[in-house]
Design a protein around this ligand. Structure first.
Ligand SMILES: Nc1ncnc2c1ncn2[C@@H]1O[C@H](COP(=O)(O)OP(=O)(O)OP(=O)(O)O)[C@@H](O)[C@H]1O
Ligand code: SF4
Ligand SMILES: [Mg+2]
Length: 382
């Protein structure tokens, strides 16, 4: 989050929006524990037998606090969308637990699931394909009222839809238009209006601005922030772009190959990252200032992301980590605050050797020395 209204991505944001809520408030509204989603890999045409599994989400735990925005970042294929779909119950969980206001929801079905689902809505990445081209905007936004008549407005539904158009900054008179008559940013506003129709408490935004022009991105982000204040919404905000995530998030979680590897406040993650993967991601964020660009120390990760069907033993990042040591291959690092760190560096990080990055440390320095490998106060050391 910036102070003067200029976002890290160079887009000017109105001050009242730039000063959106920065600290987690209230109680956890969603508690996710050891969540697992494996997609079976099968062989054979007639007798399909399982030969393995894509471990898209593999033991993810975090809390979403009431009224906060939790950003989730990570490379393509690390499991962000799968995590979102499992939280929404669009995909059944393979294991683990999701509690909404204390109630287990991951194994609900039928009317109980329907009742919970209206409180957790999703905004998708692509406003071009996520809206039915044959439906009017009024029908698209009003459709949730057909699915959930128990919470639909008692009186004039058309008026309720027009009010929603107004809330997201669209002309209520556009109610009879079709999606193709709108720009990308306007279509995303329609998607957000639809998401708001049932007055949810949580909105999961999966790359909501990735398909939009940079200038339009800022408008949609501003709208989301304004709606959060107006309706006391809690957001999970998934994105590739670390600058956008920092701008909108109170806390940020970093995913790698189906695991959450680091999570903390935006300052803890962006200014005091302790997991090598987060440090590598941050070092690759474009820097607008040419002088800063020349002097900064970029970490170039070697190798490809391993297959989620066959992840490395121990720490999944070890095949690309310049700090990896023997212990990393045999012991899975737990996501916990390292006891050997203090201050802002002491936040949840799944690394046996979690440490803030020293200037000058880079991928070239693979021989990083013994480091704190032999320390006995790290997580998982017993
Ligand atoms: N229905 C499915 N069946 C089998 N594998 C799947 C399925 N959906 C996702 N996967 C796999 O699970 C892994 C995680 O995919 P996911 O879409 O969640 O990643 P992501 O982090 O959202 O990526 P992106 O940033 O590209 O959107 C990938 O390896 C993907 O191929
Ligand atoms: S546990 Fe080891 S391999 Fe994993 S991030 Fe930390 S140092 Fe690197
Ligand atoms: Mg995705």
């Amino acid at each position: 989050m910036t102070v003067n209204g200029a976002s890290p991505m160079g887009v000017v944001v109105p001050e009242e929006v730039a000063f959106a809520q920065q600290v987690p408030r209230g109680e956890p509204i969603l508690q996710v524990r050891d969540l697992v989603k494996h997609f079976p890999l099968t062989k054979g045409v007639l007798l399909r037998r399982q030969v393995g599994a894509v471990k898209a989400v593999d033991g993810v735990s975090f809390d979403l606090m009431q009224g906060e925005t939790l950003g989730v970042v990570g490379e393509s294929g690390c499991g962000k969308s799968t995590l979102a779909k499992v939280l929404m119950n669009l995909e059944p969980a393979t294991g683990g637990s999701v509690r909404y206001k204390g109630e287990e929801i991951s194994r609900l079905s039928g009317s109980a699931l329907k009742a919970v689902r209206r409180n957790i809505q999703m905004v998708f990445q692509d406003p071009y394909t996520s809206l039915n081209p044959r439906m009017t905007v009024g029908d698209i936004i009003g459709e949730p009222f057909e699915i959930h008549p128990e919470v639909a407005p008692k009186g004039d539904r058309r008026k309720a839809v027009q009010d929603l158009l107004d809330v997201v900054g669209l002309n209520p008179e556009y109610i009879n238009r079709y999606p193709h008559q709108f720009s990308g940013g306007q279509r995303q506003r329609i998607g957000i209006a639809r998401g708001l129709a049932l007055k949810p408490e949580i909105i999961i935004c999966d790359e909501p601005v990735s398909a939009l022009d940079v200038s339009v991105q800022a408008q949609v982000i501003n709208l989301l922030e304004q709606l959060q204040g107006d309706f006391n919404l809690s957001y999970m905000f998934i994105a590739h772009d670390l600058s956008i995530v920092r701008h909108i998030s109170d806390r940020v979680g970093v995913m790698y190959l189906g695991k959450m590897v680091e999570i903390g406040s935006d300052a803890e993650i962006y200014d005091h990252a302790t997991h090598p993967y987060t440090q590598a991601l941050l070092s690759a964020v474009p820097v607008p200032d040419p002088t800063a660009r020349e002097t900064r120390d970029r970490i170039v990760l070697v190798g490809d992301v391993p297959s989620p069907a066959n992840p490395p033993s121990g720490c999944r990042f070890r095949t690309r980590c310049w700090k990896a040591q023997e212990r990393c291959a045999v012991e899975v690092p737990l996501l916990a605050a390292p006891g050997w760190l203090s201050g802002a560096a002491r936040h949840d990080s799944a690394c046996h050797f979690a440490a803030e990055r020293e200037i000058g440390q880079s991928a070239a320095e693979r021989e990083i020395g013994p480091g704190p490998a032999e320390r006995d106060d790290g997580p998982g050391t017993g």
